[in-house]
Design a protein around this ligand. Structure first.
Ligand SMILES: [Zn+2]
Length: 370
């Protein structure tokens, strides 16, 4: 059984440990030890060294007695500032707040607390269960720095629940757009615009031709593209040698997003070739998109768990990036679950005890359902 007092005490203990982004070592060591005592095999990657932090992402696997594929639960160690000296104030009505001068750190310590309590409960009752895998990342709050460096070969689960969004338990983010950024650097040839324009190659004309050929704006209900900024040229009497164009495209489907980015790059390349200019393209995937269908096992299981626990099941689209946007690129299908935390990233951050309890029950239920 989920034990409320143990859960709240554990949450308060985690909150009392400072774990701002890139300084997660103390908290991670404590949780690693706890997981080992619970029978997990625990490992840590080298993300900390790569990103200038004192700790890597932590992976843990608890073998199961049921011959079912493992499922993954994920959260992050780090909190935003102001966090130094933070503490959990538990009010009589069950509300848990910070002291008022720091964040509480329910984002994402509520997740870690709920996951550990669920496992404790399972083990006390000796219930047969599937293998459980955990991924606890560092520096999530620094644009997913930790998960961007995760080592996917350490993970065996193909289904994941990332406990890391606000809203009441029962809510899942099942889709979020990805984003590709492109910078086109065009180099033409300068010439006097009045005396020898035929000797010049206008980088601005190349940019204009390239952009004019692009499909932009809203392309379908889940795909968009935009030109963000154009910089180029020096003076009216010089054929512009340089022009830089920044752009992006977004979609909830990877293939569409990649296709659109290819299209934009092709348009600009063709314009550059036609006019004899040089083109350099910087293309970066900022976020990978995901979209989990209603019949997908990870969502079916979540809906069933909510139903059995009487939680209001709801799905919605998300806007920003989360560790789930990184998991998807490694072939893991995941949902981002609301944990009950509120007013995150502020000193007014809070969570209700009943939501912590609901989350622990939810994790336990997700592990037990086939
Ligand atoms: Zn978070």
């Amino acid at each position: 059984m989920i034990q409320e007092k143990r859960l709240v005490d554990q949450f308060a203990d985690y909150v009392a440990i400072d774990s701002p982004s890139l300084h997660e070592r103390q908290l991670a060591d404590i949780i690693k030890r706890q997981l080992e005592q619970m029978g997990f095999s625990v490992s840590e990657d080298k993300a900390g060294e790569a990103i200038g932090g004192d700790c890597g992402n932590v992976y843990a696997l608890l073998p199961g007695s049921l011959d079912l594929p493992p499922i993954l639960f994920s959260g992050h160690f780090d909190t935003v500032e102001p966090s130094r000296g933070k503490r959990a104030v538990v009010h009589d009505n069950g509300l848990i707040t910070s002291g008022g001068d720091t964040v509480l750190g329910a984002d994402d310590l509520a997740a870690l607390t709920a996951i550990l309590e669920a496992i404790r409960s399972l083990q006390e009752e000796g219930k047969p269960h599937r293998p459980v895998e955990l991924l606890i990342t560092v520096a999530e709050e620094k644009h997913l720095l930790g998960s961007r460096h995760l080592e996917p070969e350490r993970l065996t689960a193909r289904e994941a629940y990332v406990l890391d969004t606000d809203g009441e338990p029962g809510l899942a983010i099942n889709r979020a757009p990805g984003n590709i950024n492109m910078v086109f650097k065009i180099r033409g040839k300068a010439a006097h615009a009045g005396m020898k324009p035929e000797e010049g190659i206008s980088a601005i004309t190349v940019a204009a031709k390239g952009i004019a050929a692009m499909r932009l704006g809203r392309l379908d209900d889940e795909t968009t593209a935009n030109i963000g900024e154009i910089k180029g040229g020096q003076a009216t009497n010089i054929v512009a040698e340089h022009c830089i164009v920044t752009s992006e495209c977004r979609s909830q489907t990877w293939d569409k997003m990649k296709e659109q980015a290819d299209h934009m790059c092709d348009c600009m390349r063709q314009a550059a070739d036609e006019l004899g200019a040089e083109l350099e393209i910087e293309r970066v995937v900022s976020y990978y998109p995901y979209s989990v269908e209603a019949e997908s096992p990870v969502l079916v299981r979540f809906q069933k768990a909510c139903g059995e626990l009487g939680l209001p099941f709801k799905t919605m689209g998300g806007g920003g990036g989360s560790d789930n946007n990184e998991l998807v690129r490694h072939g893991i299908e995941g949902l981002v679950l609301a944990t009950g935390m509120r007013n995150c990233h502020s000193t007014q951050e809070q969570i209700e005890t009943k939501h912590l309890v609901q989350m622990a029950n939810l994790v336990e239920k997700l592990i037990l359902l086939p």
